[in-house]
Ligand binder design. Structure first.
Ligand code: LAN
Length: 743
């Protein structure tokens, strides 16, 4: 369907003209990349510093006077970072990292008959080439992970669909790795060795699913994904509306597509892929035995026995499913798909549901439908151009998350008061005003949604999901900007601020903690039914120290400005949350991060929370243990550095290098705890200042974020917001410590 493309052997140089790419920022922070076709278009729409930076081109920033103090370094940092602020006030950015998203984008589009521009195809291929591991040519679950069958099988299919020939050296190398990785030999007795032949047969369940849609993996090789669960009464403890929102939103279209056994019609390329993905003859594979065949390199959460039994029972049900029941279940699932599309302006909750929903909608309504048109339009929001080619992002951006941190940073450090930053700060407030969600979802109870009135989401208002900590950080940012600066207008009324507070107060769990999007709805044992072998803790919501902190710090700051509004509720909420935070501290003193890597991230939040109730190094055993744990991890160069592997094992795993962002988190944590000794803080500051470039920027280092225990995700804007924040705060902190000592 897509033509073959002539692809050079090296992806170092761009495959398209980089001077022609532009980022369009429109409608409350939507961002989409466009390739201009003519010189006239380019003249009429010049490339700006935001475009240039993210394309890896020189932004032309002047060298700045060297910083003599941490505050001067922070100021230089913001002078640079303003080059990355877009005209509407927010700081657009890449949100790549996971390596299973381009395959969804490409396979989902291919089977739906949705094309790409040639430039997009070239640059998607180039990105995959740049991200293939140099040693074995395979891909992992995320950009820093080792090659897996999941990553290699799916990206191999994607690069072929995009137009690379099978005998291109990149394909040859990746194929060899795929065939080797999938091979598993089990010694069931000293004399009997059973070997699976390798290749994509051993791909994890989500991979099996995508390949089945593409018709290169038999549906018989998949464990059942029955849509009938949606017909069960809501009160049942394992009803899917009780699952973690991402799992259920992906499961809805999956159950529809499984129910109809969607499979792309065969064509030449499909027939070729059937030969390439497997070392053995595709037509001789015994598919039912592949359902639980998962390569060892991919396996993070092995199936529980209960899940295997359940899959066996559901498998039997599949052979005798009642057609009227199946039809009713499919209609129910489809209705939920449509509601999700309409609730989110066709962004959907995330990139995986986005592409599954598209396939389902096109199957039911065709390529001439409005649904197809809208999905195509909004597919652009997930595609991001970078210096290495084009990628698919983890969400339609991290707009609110990034602006939330940097605005608090500039207010707290005093940089916001400098006349040179007035315009930037006012634009940021304007953006935050525009991003607040003012109503509940269009389809509210009928699509099992939590309230959204008063919320800020992670990306844009249109995507429209409440996230506990995004609402918390959004609220804090607004309070800082509106209440702590003399020159800002009160754009967000008290009523709207109360709406955010009311919403936050609906999100607390019974043990005092806060989860990500909703209060926990399902029992913990649901985790035994986790079918996605590559992720951990995905079946229900969990409490997170990070989310908990954002909520209670925002409520506490709110309380200082509005002491009469729901004061008793706020005080009770904060107390409950602190109790939860104590309970989840590890005996060694650390907290495990779930959304950033890893201990340094969570500890910065947890210690901020404890300080709210006066628990600091001097006054609290918990805070002191935490500080000692952190100081014990400081490295000889003054920095901190932990690997994404910390999140997999919930134990500190050192990175080879100290990391600027993690050093900032660690120093922030110590400052929140009022750590009384200046040396570790000053050494951390020195490292971050030494790594600053002459133009005020910092270079990209290791990946910063994570989700579902195993998948790392990039937060490239963190290398600006956290150094600026930490340096500005440390300047004041170190001076205060010095004064104290002098007295
Ligand atoms: C995110 C990104 C932001 C993140 C924080 C706000 C940082 C966190 O504190 C709460 C959870 C949240 C909103 C979050 C949840 C899971 C997401 C949406 C992601 C990590 C970005 C991508 C990820 C999503 C699940 C990726 C799609 C993959 C699936 C397994 C469905």
């Amino acid at each position: 369907m897509y033509s073959r493309l002539p692809i050079p052997n090296s992806a170092e140089k761009p495959f398209t003209e980089y001077s022609r790419w532009r980022l369009r920022v429109s409608d409350s922070g939507r961002h989409t990349w466009h390739y201009l076709q003519t010189q006239e278009e380019c003249d009429a729409w010049p490339q700006n510093s935001v475009d240039k930076f993210w394309l890896g081109l020189d932004v032309g920033a002047e060298p700045l006077p060297p910083a003599n103090t941490p505050l001067e370094a922070a100021r230089n940092g913001y002078t640079f970072y303003k080059h990355l602020q877009s005209h509407d006030g927010h700081f657009p950015g890449e949100y790549g990292g996971p390596m299973f998203l381009i395959p969804g984008l490409v396979i989902g589009s291919y089977v739906s008959g949705m094309d790409f521009t040639t430039q997009e195809r070239f640059e998607l291929i180039r990105y995959l080439m740049n991200r293939a591991h140099p040693e074995d040519g395979g891909w992992g679950i995320h950009i820093e992970g080792p090659s897996t069958v999941f990553g290699t099988g799916l990206n191999y299919a994607a690069i072929r669909l995009l137009g690379m020939e099978a005998d291109h050296p990149v394909c040859t190398k990746a194929r060899a790795t795929l065939h080797r990785l999938g091979k598993l030999c089990l010694s069931i007795s000293p004399s009997v060795l059973i070997c699976s032949s390798g290749g994509a047969t051993a791909i994890p369940s989500w991979g099996k699913f995508w390949l089945s849609l593409l018709n290169v993996y038999d549906w018989e090789g998949n464990n059942p994904v029955p849509p009938e669960l949606w017909l069960l009464p809501d009160a049942i403890p394992f009803h899917p509306h009780r699952w973690w929102i991402h799992t259920r939103t992906v499961y809805i279209p999956m159950s529809y597509l499984y129910g109809i056994r969607f499979a792309m019609p065969e064509n030449d390329l499909i027939l070729q892929l059937r030969e390439e993905l497997y070392p053995e003859n595709y037509y001789s594979i015994h598919w039912p035995s592949q359902r639980n065949n998962i390569a060892a390199v991919d396996l993070y959460s092995p199936h529980s026995t209960i899940l295997d039994i359940l899959n066996g029972v559901l498998g039997m049900y599949e052979s005798c499913a009642l057609p009227p029941l199946r039809r009713a279940a499919l209609a129910r699932a489809y209705d939920l798909i449509v509601r999700e599309d309409e609730n989110t302006g066709y962004q959907t909750l995330g990139p995986v549901s986005k592409m599954f929903n598209l396939v389902a909608r096109v199957h039911a309504e065709g390529v001439e439908s409005d649904a197809f048109r809208m999905h195509k339009e909004k597919r652009n929001d997930f595609m991001w151009m970078s210096g290495e080619g084009m990628m698919m992002c983890g969400t339609n951006g991290s707009q609110l998350w990034d602006i939330g941190f940097i605005t608090q940073a500039v207010v707290e450090t005093g940089l916001a008061e400098l006349p040179e930053n007035t315009e930037s700060v006012l634009k940021a407030l304007q953006w935050l005003e525009d991003a607040q969600i003012l109503d509940n979802p269009l389809h509210y109870a009928s699509s099992y949604r939590h309230g959204t009135k008063g919320a800020w989401g992670f990306s844009t208002k249109e995507q429209g999901y409440t996230v506990s900590d995004c609402t918390g950080e959004g609220l804090k940012a607004v309070l800082y900007l509106q209440k702590q600066l003399s020159f800002t207008p009160q754009l967000i009324s008290d009523r709207r601020i109360f709406d955010a507070v009311d919403l936050l107060l609906t999100l607390q769990n019974s043990n005092g903690g806060f989860a990500s999007y909703e209060p926990i709805r399902g029992p913990h044992w649901l985790e035994w039914l986790n079918p996605a072998e590559v992720f951990g803790n995905i079946m229900i919501e969990y409490n997170y120290p990070e989310c908990t902190t954002s909520v209670i710090t925002s409520l506490s700051i709110f309380h200082t400005h509005y002491p009469d509004y729901r004061a008793a509720d706020i005080s009770r909420t904060v107390k409950g949350a602190i109790k939860y935070l104590h309970e989840c501290q590890q005996p060694e003193g650390g907290w495990v991060g779930s959304w950033g890597i890893c201990f340094t991230y969570a500890m910065q939040f947890a210690l901020e929370s404890l300080s709210l109730v006066g628990e600091t190094y001097e006054t609290s055993d918990s805070s002191r243990r935490a500080c000692e744990f952190l100081v014990g991890k400081q490295r000889a160069d003054g920095g901190w550095g932990e690997s994404y592997k910390s999140c997999e094992v919930s134990q500190w795993v050192e990175h080879e290098e100290s990391q600027v962002v993690q050093t900032c988190w660690a120093v922030m944590a110590l400052m929140y705890a009022k750590y009384p000794h200046p040396e570790p803080i000053a050494r951390g500051v020195a490292l971050v200042m030494a790594r600053q470039q002459q133009d005020g920027s910092w270079k990209q280092e290791a990946i910063e974020g994570v989700f579902n225990k195993t998948c790392a995700i990039s937060y490239p804007n963190f290398k600006f917001s956290f150094p600026i924040w930490m340096l500005g705060k440390a300047d004041k902190y170190l001076r205060e410590l010095k004064d104290k000592k002098a007295n």
